[in-house]
Design a protein around this ligand. Structure first.
Ligand code: SF4
Length: 334
């Protein structure tokens, strides 16, 4: 066993402090940062990764950024340890990340993993039994060092081997962040913008969309996931849903996320939202989507209106004459 470790670094305060505590013990650390479609911090321009990169840079340690792939969808679809308040499979998610950390550890010849977890801080994944499951299922038994709360946990292998001085590890516990903040002050650590992380899977409304997608589609694509984050969503049947843009940026984004077989409808002679029909269309689907556009275009789209319909590279024009009723919309809204 050597004195080299992989640290899971989000760029938040806890993981930053965990790295600092072990850097002070002379551990050679390589940071590992995860991004995903569901991370509110990384969805635009990898801000969270930039935070992690900034921290790594300040500490003068290398950093590797990994994106959670489509295999992560299967973790969300069927988590062994269940969900939190939304579709967040926190324990399984941590297992997923630690498995990848273990692989990376092997790649770079490191001997253990460091995380910023604090016992009792999060009700689902930061409990002793969850810590044990994460270690066991990721194949990292005794090899995950949690410097911020280590005194409440059994000694890890690096501690037993004398690579890490257990006496210099900490005894933080619970949800209060005061100990972290005072340690940050002590260590002159500033600018920690993402202390509690931002995961869309914990959001109940967003989770409804995720559940709807997973319930109705087996092979989920990256575009399917991106679409979850924009527009208003309406489920027609188990193959087809309609998404309506809420502003110009979303209308444009929908246009960029069209997949083979999807249909895009755009107003021709009035200002209004774009609609995307995801999945096959039946009789009346185009007209319904068009009438939804009129509904959300508001008063400015009264009367007969023309729409452009694009599918598989071909465009046609068609006419709709009245907005859809709100009651109909309500029954379909996801
Ligand atoms: S909050 Fe989200 S990213 Fe964090 S462990 Fe849970 S599922 Fe994973």
């Amino acid at each position: 066993m050597n004195k080299k470790a992989v640290a899971l670094l989000s760029g938040g305060l806890d993981s930053t402090l965990a790295v600092k505590v072990l850097l002070d013990q002379g551990v050679e650390i390589v940071a590992l940062n995860f991004t995903s479609t569901f991370c509110t911090c990384s969805c635009r321009g990898s801000v969270c990764s930039n935070e992690a990169a900034r921290v790594a840079n300040e500490f003068g340690i290398p950093i590797k950024v990994l994106k959670k792939g489509l295999d992560y969808i299967e973790v969300i679809r069927n988590p062994k340890y269940g969900y939190g308040q939304g579709m967040n499979p926190c324990v399984d998610c941590r297992i997923y990340m630690h498995r990848l950390a273990k692989n990376y550890m092997g790649e770079i010849g490191a001997s253990f993993v460091i995380t910023g977890e604090v016992l009792g801080q999060r009700p689902m994944s930061q409990r002793k039994d969850a810590f044990k499951s994460i270690e066991k299922e990721s194949g990292l038994d005794g090899l995950i060092v949690r410097p911020l709360c280590a005194k409440h946990l059994d000694p890890t292998i690096p501690e037993k081997a004398g690579i890490i001085d257990r006496e210099k590890l900490l005894d933080m516990v619970g949800r209060s962040r005061k100990p972290q903040i005072s340690l940050a002050e002590e260590c002159d650590i500033q600018n920690y913008p993402c202390p509690s992380g931002g995961c869309l899977l914990t959001d109940k409304i967003f989770s409804k969309r995720v559940k709807d997608l997973l319930d109705n589609k087996k092979d989920v694509t990256t575009e399917d996931l991106q679409i979850l984050k924009i527009g208003r969503h309406f489920r027609l049947n188990n193959e087809t849903k309609i998404v309506i843009g809420r502003d110009e940026a979303e209308n444009k984004r929908l246009g960029n996320l069209v997949q083979p077989g999807d249909t895009l409808l755009e107003p021709l002679d009035f200002a209004g939202p774009t609609a995307m029909i995801c999945g096959p269309v039946k009789n009346g689907t185009h007209s319904l989507a068009g009438r939804m556009i009129l509904r959300y275009a508001g008063e400015k789209a009264d009367g007969k209106r023309f729409l452009k319909l694009s599918q598989n590279g071909e465009a046609t024009i068609f006419e709709v004459d009245s907005p859809v009723d709100d009651k109909v919309l309500k029954g379909m809204m996801i």
